[in-house]
Design a protein around this ligand. Structure first.
Ligand SMILES: Cc1cc2nc3c(=O)[nH]c(=O)nc-3n(C[C@H](O)[C@H](O)[C@H](O)COP(=O)(O)OP(=O)(O)OC[C@H]3O[C@@H](n4cnc5c(N)ncnc54)[C@H](O)[C@@H]3O)c2cc1C
Length: 625
């Protein structure tokens, strides 16, 4: 993208960028009027703790002034109170009660719902996608505040991106809650012991705040709801916390990390310490120690990475990357006034900023909400002092922390109060709840969370499993050597295209039928004929496959003729008896209308087997003393 230049082909008010993309003007007439009146435009990027509090303090300090236009850009129109996400995932607090509309918190500033694409430092313009992501807009600024936080990046661990759940945003917490109830529903009707055990195993990676709080809350939730599931005994639950160090909660004094570990262990949570996740598949989590944890639920709280916008700005525009022990950590270096080193009128706050710890210049402030909020306040003061040309009003960031708290579920927590008082158990949990309740923005949200907590004390949790969305029609999956990708006799619902690695097709007697490689396809027969799978397919090496669902595949074949002829030829080669003189689309249409239910003869045979099995169980029960 290059800078804008007006051309005659662009609609009124917009212009065409150098690469031909239409760039919209910043907004409607009302906004343009305000922008025209303003002598200073302050744009804040990011709607988390740091960005929202910067915009809030700045717009409040401005009062009725119209010479400064404050605008906040964020990809969600709500602010998430992240410390309560583990409770949302565990169903203790309703998802809508931990979010606030950003417009409610910053009524005096302009909010722009948009996804930032790039910062053009030379021309002082932020490019962002808005309007359902279809329109590129150019937003000019005089002062720019980076408050974009960090992002989850699991790409260094094969399969983790595809198969792990994160715990960073509201949707992550909501997804995890529903996924856990899905596993419980499936486990309650699962006959195969290994599959049931995997459904009841919950693995969390990361011994920091989010990992520890997530595993603690999950454990409480599982034990609270177990009574609803007649065929699940709470002793069958397996919760595992994987951590790369030997103590949990590195941000807290070691004594409290140890206390947290002991409290969680007493509740039956397994600790796998000094171990790292090496890979993940739909079937298991693989550790670098060689341990394999079969599971259907893997929550990964490690893998925080630099926000891509911060990364590209740091690389391209002469900003200085902060270093710890000589190593770049992907954060903007700022001074204690929170101004980015190397540029004036650029500020960085929160998790994307490398703010020196007051009195300890070799250390950086921790990435926590309490620091982000205070940094927002300092940045707001300093931006205003700079605009007003009153350097004597500029402040240095001096906050040193009030302590740290981690909730462990089951009415227990660990708390370090101002580094002086260390609490654990119920009293720490009480302090945790009181403090976080007081920090929630807005009286209404505080009241709602208090009601949630009170109801949770007296009433059972809601175990409704709400699928939030259909599984994607196309997705990537990773398998480790030896894992079964397709199991014989199962109903075929997906088709696989090998991206990397090799798979083996094996008949029921274990005889190798074929080895398939990159670019080859398997699983197509069951989709085309609606028949059960006829062979096992297992990963020979580590394998990455593109998975296409039945409706996605049907739509592609029906609409895209080269694909139809490719699969037609493939079927002709592999299963000539299936196609005979028909074309592929007719075969698929017939399969789609055919019932997946078995034939009457098959049903009669299955019923006989069932009657026999029930009679045998009854005989054992009568014989028992
Ligand atoms: C589960 C969990 C529990 C936690 N518990 C605690 C705790 O108990 N105590 C504590 O002090 N801290 C806690 N933290 C840490 C704390 O939440 C963070 O330090 C804090 O949220 C950082 O705020 P931030 O504004 O810098 O970043 P974020 O909160 O990450 O906000 C970044 C914002 O930028 C937006 N954004 C990113 N990229 C773009 C883009 N391209 N375009 C537009 N918008 C974009 C995002 O949507 C988001 O609104 C916890 C964090 C988690 C995940």
């Amino acid at each position: 993208m290059t800078t804008t230049s007006s051309t005659s082909t662009a609609p009124a008010g917009s212009s065409i960028a150098g690469n031909g993309v239409q760039v919209a003007r910043p907004g409607p007439r009302q906004m343009m009027d305000r922008l025209a009146k303003a002598k200073h435009r302050v744009v804040v990027l990011g709607g988390g703790f740091a960005g929202v509090y910067t915009a809030k303090y700045l717009s409040e300090m401005l009062g009725r002034r119209t010479d400064v236009h404050v605008e906040l850009m964020s990809e969600e129109n709500y602010f998430v109170f992240q410390p309560l996400l583990p409770e949302v995932a565990a169903g203790g607090v309703s998802p809508t009660h931990v979010v606030n509309p950003i417009r409610d918190i910053i009524p005096k500033a302009q909010f722009r719902w948009s996804k930032v694409q790039r910062v053009d430092v030379a021309n002082k313009i932020v490019y962002a996608l808005q309007g359902e992501g279809k329109e590129l807009v150019a937003v000019p600024y005089d002062h720019l505040v980076f408050a974009l936080g960090k992002v989850s990046d699991f790409s260094s661990m094969p399969g983790v991106q595809q198969h792990a759940l994160a715990m960073k945003d509201l949707s992550d917490a909501f997804k995890l809650r529903n996924h856990v109830y899905r596993c419980l529903e499936l486990a309650d009707i699962e006959d195969e012991p290994a599959e049931k055990a995997a459904l009841l195993t919950f693995v969390v990676a990361g011994g920091g705040f989010s990992g520890v709080e997530t595993v603690g809350e999950l454990s409480e939730m599982l034990h609270k709801v177990a009574k609803h599931f007649k065929n699940i005994d709470p002793s069958e639950f397996r919760l595992v916390l994987v951590h790369s160090r030997d103590t949990l909660l590195a941000e807290m004094p070691p004594k409290l990390g140890l206390a947290a570990k002991q409290i969680l262990q007493r509740r039956g949570i397994e600790m796998v310490l000094n171990a790292r996740v090496r890979a993940a598949t739909p079937l298991a989590v693989y550790l670098n120690t060689g341990t394999v944890l079969p599971t259907r639920t893997f929550v990964c709280t490690v893998g925080n990475a630099t926000n891509p916008i911060c990364k590209s700005t740091l690389q391209e525009d002469g900003f200085v990357e902060a270093k710890v022990n000589g190593r770049g950590v992907g954060l903007f270096t700022v001074d204690l006034e929170l101004q980015c080193q190397g540029h004036t009128n650029y500020w960085a706050v929160g998790d994307c900023a490398g703010v020196p710890m007051p009195d300890k210049p070799d250390e950086l402030c921790p990435a926590t909400a309490q620091f982000a909020i205070r940094q927002g306040k300092t940045a707001a003061q300093n931006i205003l002092a700079t605009i007003d040309k009153r350097p004597e009003k500029r402040r240095k960031f001096g906050f040193k922390g009030l302590g740290t708290l981690a909730s462990l579920g089951n009415r227990s927590a660990v708390a370090d109060m101002m580094g002086m008082v260390h609490l654990q158990g119920f009293i720490a949990w009480f302090a945790w709840r009181t403090i976080y309740l007081s920090k929630l923005p807005g009286m209404v949200r505080r009241l709602r969370v208090t009601i949630d907590w009170t109801l949770d004390l007296f009433f059972p949790r809601d175990i409704t499993q709400m699928e939030s969305e259909e599984p994607p029609q196309l997705r990537m999956a990773h398998f480790e050597p030896g894992e079964l990708i397709i199991q014989r006799t199962q109903i075929g619902r997906e088709l696989f295209v090998i991206q990397t690695g090799e798979v083996e097709v094996v008949d029921p007697d274990g005889k190798l039928l074929a080895t398939l490689q990159k670019g080859e396809v398997f699983g197509e027969k069951a989709l085309l004929t609606d028949a059960p799978r006829i062979a096992n397919v297992r990963a020979k090496t580590a394998v990455d496959v593109l998975v296409m669902t039945r409706p996605g595949f049907a739509a592609l074949v029906a609409q895209f003729h080269p694909l139809e002829s490719f699969f037609g030829d493939l079927m002709q080669k592999r299963y000539p008896e299936l196609l005979r003189d028909q074309n592929l689309r007719d075969v698929m249409a017939a399969a789609a209308t055919a019932a997946t239910a078995p034939t009457p003869a098959a049903m009669a045979a299955a019923a006989a087997v069932m009657v026999e099995a029930v009679a045998a169980e009854a005989a054992v029960a009568v014989a028992a003393p």
